[in-house]
Design a protein around this ligand. Structure first.
Ligand SMILES: NC(=O)c1ccc[n+]([C@@H]2O[C@H](COP(=O)([O-])OP(=O)(O)OC[C@H]3O[C@@H](n4cnc5c(N)ncnc54)[C@H](OP(=O)(O)O)[C@@H]3O)[C@@H](O)[C@H]2O)c1
Length: 216
């Protein structure tokens, strides 16, 4: 299948958690890891999150000049079947281009920097990632960074639509039975369904460490 090179990037606590138990964002990455994350984002053509992350974190998804000189912003891509992205969210602030991916025809005018793209739905009612990745590739997105959240990362991993996976682990515990992890969703059903990874590199970054995995 013709698709972009997909890099998943995320940060977790020592107990594998991804945010506060109430899903609010928490600083997990060290400053060194934040710099690495911006450099990676700067090298990509697109940066993708789900609507859950837009609603909980209101991320900008741009590249800060403080971390990367002569930065260029990748296209921001939001998986949002029912167009729930608030019109005053940062991803629609026109500071760089944004694609809102919906499963219905939508004729809202979002200004010159933003575009609504219609994709098929899959059997779970989510955006069909095969259709999405094909459409992104046709639009010149060759390198895509997937930043979250839990549901989106799970669906990319489950379907095998990734190449690299970078996980920064910080030396603290968040806890909480219902706290999001980096890959929620249904999970695998049995041992033979384990999604296998290969470790490419492990590196200490600040107080935590970064593992670069690749799909096996
Ligand atoms: N630590 C980190 O590195 C990091 C990074 C990012 C986010 N987070 C955390 O992650 C949490 C948010 O995760 P989340 O699971 O609630 O939201 P999410 O993964 O950002 O978004 C999930 C939503 O995206 C939409 N969607 C459409 N197509 C999809 C597809 N194919 N696969 C998956 N989702 C699809 C669905 O909503 P519709 O059906 O309405 O389209 C779905 O409910 C927050 O707590 C945030 O702070 C942490």
């Amino acid at each position: 299948m013709k698709r972009p090179y997909v890099i998943i990037n995320c940060a977790i606590s020592a107990d594998g958690k991804f945010s506060l138990p109430n899903r609010e964002q928490i600083k997990i990455s060290s400053n060194d890891d934040i710099k690495r994350m911006y450099e990676l984002r700067n090298s990509c053509d697109g940066v993708l999150v789900g609507i859950g992350t837009v609603l909980s974190d209101n991320p900008k998804l741009t590249v800060k000049n403080k971390y990367v000189k002569n930065s260029k912003n990748p296209i921001r891509i939001i998986l949002d079947s029912n167009f729930r992205t608030p019109l005053d969210s940062y991803v629609l602030d026109n500071s760089s281009m944004t694609y809102i991916i919906t499963s219905q025809k939508c004729s809202k005018n979002l200004g010159i920097n933003n575009e609504i793209i219609k994709c098929n739905k899959n059997k779970d009612g989510y955006i069909d990632l095969k259709d999405l990745l094909f459409q992104l590739k046709s639009r010149g997105i060759n390198k895509l960074m997937v930043e979250g959240g839990s549901t989106v990362i799970w669906n990319f991993i489950k379907n095998g639509f990734f190449d690299d996976l970078f996980v920064y682990t910080a030396p603290f515990v968040i806890g909480g039975r219902n706290t999001p992890t980096m890959a929620d969703g249904s999970g695998i059903e049995d041992e033979k369904s384990k999604i296998l990874l290969k470790i490419i590199k492990i590196k200490q970054l600040g107080e935590g460490f970064l593992i670069h995995y690749r799909k096996k």
